[in-house]
Design a protein around this ligand. Structure first.
Ligand code: PEP
Length: 252
C-alpha cells in the first residue's frame, strides 16, 4: 500500500515571516490527517525557520533544489543536501521543469542531485514531464521515459524505492490546464513500467508517483482515484494555507 503524498512547492514566493505563518496555519488545518504525507517546500532562506515552526506537526519540509556536490566545498551560491538536512529538510525537489527550462538542468544534473540527496538521507522528489511541443508531436512518452532513465541512472533498487517521482507535464504547470486523470494515469503507468525495467517490479509497485500541474481542491479527488497516482505536487494552490489544506484533505 503506497502512502499518498501531497507536497506544496512555494517556489520564489513568501518572506520568511510569511512562510512561517503559512506553515503554522497549515499545520493547524491538517492536524490529525495521518494517512498521507504533507510536505511544503519553502525557499532556502525560509527553510530552517519553517522547519522549526513545523516541528511536532504532521507537516514535513522539502527544499526546492540542492547542489549536485555532497558535503561542503568551494561552490559559491550552492547549498548541499547535508546542509538542507541539517536545517530541517527531509525531502528535496530535484529537476523541477523550471530548473530544467531556465537553469539548463539536464538529466545528468538531476541524477547527480538525486544521488546527493540520497547520500544525505533526504528523499529526492524527482520531477519529469514533457513540453507541449513534445505532446503535440507524439513524443511525450519517449521524452518522459528518457528523463526517468537518465534521472534515476545508477541508483540501486533500495535508493529508487526511497525516491518519489513527480510527473509534471510542463503545459499543465501554472496554466490552470491540468492533465485529465486519464492522461496522467497513462503516463504514471508508463513511468512505473519504466522503473520496473530499471530496478524490478517490486520497486516499481512501491515507489510513489505524484502528479503536478494545476492541481486544486476541485480536481485532486478525481486524480487520486487513478490507480497509479499516489499524490500531488502543488504550486500555486499551495501558497494559501486554506487552499492547500483543502487539497491535503481530499476525500475527508
Ligand atoms: C509546480 O510548480 O510544481 C506546479 C505543479 O505548479 P502549479 O500547481 O501552479 O501548476
Amino acid at each position: 500500500m503506497r502512502r499518498p503524498v501531497i507536497a506544496g512547492n512555494w517556489k520564489m514566493f513568501k518572506t520568511v515571516d510569511e512562510a512561517v505563518e503559512t506553515v503554522a496555519s497549515l499545520a493547524t488545518l491538517v492536524d490529525g490527517v495521518s494517512d498521507r504525507e504533507v510536505i511544503v517546500a519553502p525557499t532556502f532562506v525560509g527553510l530552517a525557520a519553517v522547519a522549526r515552526a513545523a516541528r511536532g506537526t504532521n507537516v514535513s519540509i522539502a527544499a526546492q533544489d540542492c547542489a549536485p556536490e555532497p558535503g561542503q566545498g568551494a561552490f559559491t551560491g550552492e547549498v548541499s543536501a547535508e546542509m538542507l538536512a541539517d536545517a530541517g529538510a527531509t525531502h528535496v525537489i530535484v529537476g523541477h521543469s523550471e530548473r530544467r527550462q531556465f537553469f539548463g538542468e539536464t538529466d545528468d544534473t538531476v541524477n547527480a542531485k538525486a544521488k546527493a540527496a540520497l547520500g544525505a538521507g533526504l528523499t529526492p522528489i524527482v520531477c519529469v514531464g514533457e513540453q507541449l511541443s513534445d505532446r503535440d508531436a507524439g513524443r511525450a512518452e519517449v521524452v518522459v521515459e528518457g528523463q526517468i532513465c537518465g534521472s534515476l541512472s545508477g541508483l540501486t533498487a533500495e535508493e529508487v524505492v526511497r525516491t518519489i517521482v513527480a510527473y509534471e507535464p510542463v503545459w499543465a504547470i501554472g496554466t490552470g490546464r491540468s492533465a485529465t486523470p486519464e492522461i496522467a494515469q497513462q503516463m504514471h503507468r508508463l513511468i512505473r513500467e519504466t522503473i520496473a525495467k530499471l530496478v524490478g517490479a517490486d520497486v516499481s509497485e512501491a515507489i510513489r508517483i505524484l502528479y503536478g500541474g494545476s492541481v486544486k481542491a476541485e480536481n485532486i479527488s478525481a486524480l487520486m482515484k487513478e490507480p497509479d497516482i499516489d499524490g500531488g505536487l502543488v504550486g500555486g494552490a499551495s501558497l494559501d494555507a486554506e487552499s492547500f489544506a483543502r487539497i491535503v484533505r481530499y476525500g475527508y
